[in-house]
Design a protein around this ligand. Structure first.
Ligand SMILES: Cc1cc2nc3c(=O)[nH]c(=O)nc-3n(C[C@H](O)[C@H](O)[C@H](O)COP(=O)(O)OP(=O)(O)OC[C@H]3O[C@@H](n4cnc5c(N)ncnc54)[C@H](O)[C@@H]3O)c2cc1C
Length: 404
C-alpha cells in the first residue's frame, strides 16, 4: 500500500474558528489535503473580535480575503484614549505607518465575517472538507501520524488517520487538554459586559474615534464601532454580581453614564465574558500542534488575540508545507514555536495586560499623567511611529521573522 493511502489526509484541523479555517485555506492553497472538524453546526456569529490590525490585512491579501473584509468593515485611520466626560484625549494617527504596511489603519469588522470569507474561499477552491457538527473526542499519535477520534452530531463515533493534528479549538481546547500540559497564567477577576446599540455616539461625543478607550469616574469603558452599530464594553462595578449588572436596568444605567439621554437605549445584543492571560510552554508536541486561542489567551484590550492567531496560522502553514512538500524534518516545527511563542508572551499578552492595567487606573491624577505622556507621543511623529509599530503588531512580527 502506498504511504499516503494509510492517511485520510495530511493535516486534520480540530476547530473551524477563524484560525483553523485560515490554516486550512493556506495549506490547501499549498497543495496539501486537510480536513477541518468543527463541533458546531455552522459558523457562530457571536460577539467576539472586531479589530483587524494592518499586518493581518497585509497577510490576508495573499488569500484574497482582505478585499472582502474591507468591503464589510469600517476603515479607522485613528484610535484614541480619552477622559470622559471632558473629552480630553490622545489620538493615534495610523497614517504614520504608511511605509510599513499597505493598510495603515485598523479595520473594524466582525470576526464571523472573516470565518465566512475563509469558508467560502475553501468551498470555491473545491478542496474544502469542512465537517460541521463533528467533535474531536480524542487522539493517539505514533511516529508516523495521528489517529483522531470523532463524534458526529448524531452521536456516531468514528476515526480518521492523518500525518498532523492541529489544535485550533479555542480556549477550552480538547487537544490541549489531552496533551495534559499546563496552560500557565491567570484569569482576571472581573467579568466584562459587551453590549451593542444603534445609538450614534459619534453625534454625541465630540471628536470620538471609531476605536476609543475611555476612562470615566471610578471606572472605564470602550466604544468600538462596527458597521451599523457601536459595541460598548463596560468594565463593571466591583460591588455588583454579574447577574445584577446584566439586567436591562443595569445596562441602561451604564449606557446613560456615557451619554445621558431621554428615552432608553436600544440594546441589540449583550454578553458577559471573562478575560484570561495564559500560554502553553510549547506549541509543538511531535505531530500534534497548537495554534490560536488553544495556545495563548489574552485580554481583548488592544484587539490582538485573533490577529495573533492568524499570524500563527501563516507561520505554521509554512512549516507544515516544508515538511510535507519539501521533505524537511519534523524539527522544522520548532521554528514555528520559537518564532510565535515569544511574540505571544512578550508582545501580545504583555501589551494586552498593560492596556488593561492602564484603563483600570482609577486615580484622576495618575490618569492625567498617563494621558499627558500619551499626548506627548502622539505629538511627536517619531515616537508615534515607534508606538504604533508595536501596538499594531508589526514590531512583533519583525522580531519573530528575525529568529531562525
Ligand atoms: C469580546 C471579545 C472581543 C475580542 N476582540 C478581539 C479583537 O478585536 N481582535 C482580536 O484580534 N481578538 C479579539 N478577541 C479574541 C478572538 O475572539 C479570539 O482570539 C479568536 O476567536 C481565536 O480564534 P480561534 O480560531 O483560535 O478560536 P475560536 O474562535 O474559539 O474557534 C475555535 C473553534 O473550535 C471549535 N471546537 C472547540 N472544541 C472542539 C472539538 N472538540 N472538536 C471540534 N471543534 C471544536 C469551536 O466550536 C470553535 O468554532 C476578542 C475576544 C472576545 C471574547
Amino acid at each position: 500500500m502506498a504511504e499516503t493511502a494509510k492517511f485520510d489526509c495530511e493535516v486534520i484541523v480540530c476547530g473551524g474558528g477563524p484560525v483553523g479555517l485560515c490554516l486550512s485555506l493556506l495549506l490547501s492553497r499549498a497543495g496539501l489535503t486537510t480536513i477541518v472538524l468543527e463541533k458546531e453546526m455552522a459558523i457562530e456569529k457571536d460577539l467576539r473580535a472586531s479589530t483587524f490590525h494592518p499586518p493581518t490585512l497585509d497577510m490576508l491579501e495573499e488569500l484574497e480575503i482582505t478585499a472582502k473584509l474591507l468591503g464589510q468593515g469600517l476603515i479607522c485611520p485613528e484610535w484614541q484614549i480619552r477622559l470622559h466626560p471632558d473629552g480630553e484625549r490622545a489620538v493615534f494617527d495610523l497614517s504614520v505607518l504608511d511605509s510599513d504596511t499597505r493598510y495603515p489603519f485598523r479595520l473594524q469588522c466582525e470576526q464571523w465575517k472573516l470565518s465566512v470569507a475563509l469558508k467560502e474561499a475553501l468551498c470555491e477552491d473545491g478542496k474544502a472538507d469542512i465537517r460541521f457538527g463533528t467533535e474531536v473526542t480524542g487522539f493517539e499519535q505514533d511516529e508516523a501520524g495521528v489517529l483522531v477520534k470523532l463524534r458526529s452530531h448524531t452521536g456516531e463515533e468514528s476515526q480518521l488517520r492523518t500525518r498532523f493534528l492541529i489544535g485550533a479549538d479555542g480556549s477550552r481546547s480538547i487537544v490541549r487538554k489531552m496533551l495534559d500540559i499546563d496552560f500557565n497564567g491567570l484569569t482576571y477577576p472581573e467579568t466584562t459586559l459587551l453590549v451593542t446599540t444603534h445609538f450614534p455616539f459619534e453625534d454625541n461625543l465630540e471628536g470620538i474615534s471609531n476605536v476609543s478607550y475611555c476612562w470615566k469616574d471610578g471606572g472605564n469603558f470602550s466604544l468600538l464601532k462596527v458597521p451599523g452599530r457601536w459595541r460598548v464594553s463596560i468594565y463593571p462595578r466591583e460591588d455588583l454580581s454579574v447577574e445584577d449588572q446584566l439586567t436591562a436596568d443595569a445596562v441602561e444605567a451604564s449606557l446613560q453614564q456615557i451619554v445621558p439621554k431621554s428615552g432608553a437605549y436600544d440594546v441589540i445584543e449583550k454578553r458577559p465574558y471573562r478575560v484570561h492571560q495564559r500560554i502553553v510552554d510549547n506549541y509543538v508536541h511531535q505531530r500534534v500542534i497548537l495554534v490560536g486561542d488553544a495556545a495563548h489567551l489574552n485580554s481583548p484590550s488592544g484587539g490582538m488575540g485573533l490577529n495573533g492567531g492568524i499570524h500563527d496560522a501563516f507561520e505554521l502553514s509554512a512549516a507544515l508545507s516544508d515538511i510535507l512538500k519539501h521533505a524537511a524534518g519534523l524539527d522544522r516545527l520548532s521554528l514555528y514555536d520559537r518564532r510565535r511563542r515569544p511574540v505571544a508572551r512578550d508582545q501580545i499578552l504583555a501589551q494586552a495586560d498593560a492596556n488593561r492595567a492602564r484603563m483600570r487606573e482609577k486615580s484622576p491624577e495618575k490618569r492625567r499623567e498617563i494621558l499627558a505622556g500619551l499626548q506627548k507621543i502622539t505629538a511627536d511623529r517619531k515616537a508615534l511611529h515607534a508606538h504604533l509599530l508595536k501596538s499594531s503588531m508589526i514590531e512583533g512580527l519583525r522580531m519573530s521573522a528575525a529568529i531562525d
